[in-house]
Structure formats: structure tokens, C-alpha cells
Ligand binder design. Structure first.
Ligand SMILES: *Cc1c(COP(=O)(O)O)cnc(C)c1O
Length: 349
């Protein structure tokens, strides 16, 4: 539950789900968020380069040879099992850590029922253990079997925490909920919710329903410009593979964005569409690496320099990130985290 006792840990891996990690973290700092999580060491270092304040938990594996960087930049490393914890402790100086417990996802983390190993981790000399956490694998699915599995993961987590406390160890800040863990299990009272997707105002997937309905406001719009406009006679074709053929006198506009920017090539051939002057224009032919072409026959006066909206609002119409992702068979975080680095990120209040 989001109460005064529960602190948000903002998950800003994958370049803050494509939004730009440095500036998103700065804005979160400004809003009073001082607890962050990323997936990997280079992401954590980037945040420190941007002078981000607060704790930064690295959720994934960092090679023990990089322990010096963890120490120097005051980073907190997830401990993925006992063996790894021992290697990290061997560095010598104190390293901040959080202990990951595997309660059923079977990805990383020490086994919840291996209490001996968990106790050994806590007894190591050189780990400054700030917290203990686990991760749900079906908290976004609402059928009874998934709910049962999630409840079992909660029990497994509590069992391990309890055993540690009984052995005299302090597990520190405990957390297990990501976005859908918060939305579907809002009554849990751990110390953090470790959320990514919903802080960007998007659902994880088109049509995904949750027990708690939030009025999500998407943070991101994706825009590009028209570079060139031309008329096609009946029978003329467009783009690689000549998959679009004009069946009427057609006007097409080229747009300066492509799959190298993360726009899915699978949306070629009219599966995807954009907004120009507030009106929908379908993609004509194949999406290229750096450009795509749209059919603007039914939109008047399109000219080079016009703004094209691929995600976001234009006039009375809107293209949601989940529609674009859904059309491509992607999750929303999959689409957004794939947005390329040459896209310029502008922050508008
Ligand atoms: C990505 C991730 C999160 C955040 O997940 P969302 O569903 O985007 O909120 C939380 N915890 C871990 C371990 C993750 O890998």
C-alpha cells in the first residue's frame, strides 16, 4: 500500500523505459524520490554522472571485479545468491547490498527455503545489508491459479524474513511489489514498492486490467518531422520491397524516424499509423532504418517540417503507447525501452 510508511523505489532501468534516465531521475529527485533501482552497473554510473541523489540499487549481476566502483559511487548491489555474496564480501571494504530471495520466479536470488545460506549471507563481514527483496512473476495475471501462486510467493518471502529475524538478523527494507504487484495486491505493507511501468503513466500491455484502476497519464510523446512530400500516380510503389502500390492518385509524406529509433518495423504496410494535423495517416510500405513513409492523401496541405505524432496527442486524437506496442506484439516497456538514443528527449512541464 502506498502509505507514509511505504517509500517508492523508482525503477529506471532501460534508460528509464526509454524516457531518458538522467533527466527522469533528476525530476524524481525534485519530486522527493531518493530511492532508485536499475538493472546494471553502467546504468547506475550514468545516474551518478548526472549527480542523482539517493540510493541506487543494481537489481542484476555486477561482476565482483567491479566492487571498487560499487564502493566509490555509493551503489547498492543486489546479492544474487550466497556464493556471489561471499565474492562481494571478499573485496574487503564495506559494500552496500540488498539480498534477493527467489520465492518462485527462479531467475536470480537465494532460495527462500535455504535459510542456512541466507543466514550465511547476513553473517558476512563486509556487506552492509540495507534490504531484502523478491519479485513476483504472475502478479499481473488475475486468474485463481496466478493469484494462488502470488500468495505463495508472499508466504515464502515472509517465511524467509521471519527466519532471519528469529536468527537475530535485520533484513532491512523489505519489498516485493513491482507495478502490478502494487495494483493487484495493494494491501501488502512492505517498506518499498519497486515500480517502473506505472510511474511513466502507461500500462504494461494493451488491454491489461488490474484490480486497482489508476488514471494513468502517459509521460511520453514520440514525434518526428515530415521531410518530403510527393504525388504518386496509380501503379507507383513506395519503399523497400515495393509492398505499397498506389491504387488512386496518392500523396505520401516521408518522416524522419525509423526502426533504428525503436519504431517497430513490424508496423509496416499500414499496421501502424501516425497523426499529422490531428488526423490519422497509415504507414505506406516498409518502415526503413531511419525513415518511414505515410499516406497523407486524405490530409490537406502536408508539407516538409510538419510535426508527426507517433505516440501521443495531436488535436482531438491520440495514439497510445499501448496501441503501438500492441500492434507490434510488444509489451509497452519493450517498446519504450527500445526507443533509440539518437531521439532527442525534451522535457515539457
Ligand atoms: C523491472 C523490474 C521492476 C519494475 O517492474 P514494473 O513492472 O515495470 O514496475 C521491479 N523489480 C524488478 C526486479 C525488475 O526487474
Amino acid at each position: 500500500m502506498l502509505t507514509a510508511d511505504c517509500e517508492i523505489m523508482a525503477v529506471i532501468k532501460g534508460n528509464a523505459y526509454g524516457h531518458g534516465a538522467g533527466l527522469i531521475a533528476k525530476e524524481l529527485n525534485r519530486l522527493g524520490v531518493f530511492s532508485f533501482a536499475v538493472a546494471a552497473l553502467p546504468e547506475a554510473l550514468e545516474l551518478r554522472e548526472h549527480d542523482i541523489q539517493g540510493s541506487i540499487l543494481i537489481l542484476g549481476y555486477t561482476h565482483p571485479q567491479n566492487a571498487g566502483l560499487l564502493e566509490h559511487f555509493d551503489l547498492t548491489q543486489a546479492v544474487v545468491d550466497y556464493n556471489y555474496a561471499r565474492q562481494l564480501s571478499n573485496y574487503g571494504a564495506k559494500i552496500k547490498a540488498q539480498v534477493k530471495i527467489d520465492t518462485g520466479m527462479h531467475r536470480i536470488g537465494e532460495d527462500y527455503h535455504n535459510i542456512d545460506n541466507l543466514k550465511r549471507i547476513f553473517a558476512l563481514d563486509n556487506l552492509d545489508i540495507e534490504g531484502t527483496f523478491s519479485h513476483f512473476c504472475v502478479s499481473d495475471i488475475l486468474d485463481e491459479e496466478s493469484r494462488q501462486f502470488t500468495r505463495q510467493q508472499i508466504d515464502n518471502f515472509d517465511y524467509a524474513l521471519d527466519a532471519l529475524r528469529k536468527a537475530g538478523f535485520n533484513p532491512g527494507k523489505c519489498h516485493i511489489q513491482a507495478s502490478y504487484g502494487l495494483l493487484n495486491y495493494p494491501d501488502l505493507t512492505y517498506d518499498h514498492v519497486r515500480i517502473g511501468t506505472i510511474i511513466f503513466g502507461v500500462p504494461a500491455e494493451d488491454g491489461l486490467v488490474a484490480d486497482t484502476e489508476l488514471d494513468l497519464k502517459p509521460v511520453l510523446s514520440l514525434r518526428a518531422r515530415v521531410t518530403s512530400v510527393r504525388e504518386l500516380a496509380i501503379g507507383e510503389t513506395v519503399s523497400y520491397g515495393r509492398t505499397f502500390t498506389a491504387t488512386r492518385k496518392t500523396t505520401v509524406a516521408s518522416v524522419a524516424i525509423g526502426y533504428a529509433d525503436g519504431y517497430p518495423r513490424i508496423l509496416s504496410g499500414g499496421k501502424g499509423f501516425v497523426l499529422i494535423h490531428g488526423q490519422y495517416a497509415p504507414i505506406a510500405g516498409r518502415v526503413c532504418m531511419d525513415q518511414l513513409i505515410v499516406d497523407v492523401t486524405d490530409i490537406t496541405a502536408v508539407k516538409p517540417g510538419d510535426i508527426v505524432t507517433l505516440i501521443g496527442e495531436d488535436g482531438d486524437n491520440r495514439i497510445a503507447a499501448e496501441e503501438v506496442a500492441g500492434g507490434a506484439g510488444f509489451l509497452v516497456p519493450e517498446l519504450l525501452s527500445g526507443l533509440g538514443h539518437r531521439l532527442q528527449r525534451y522535457y515539457v512541464d
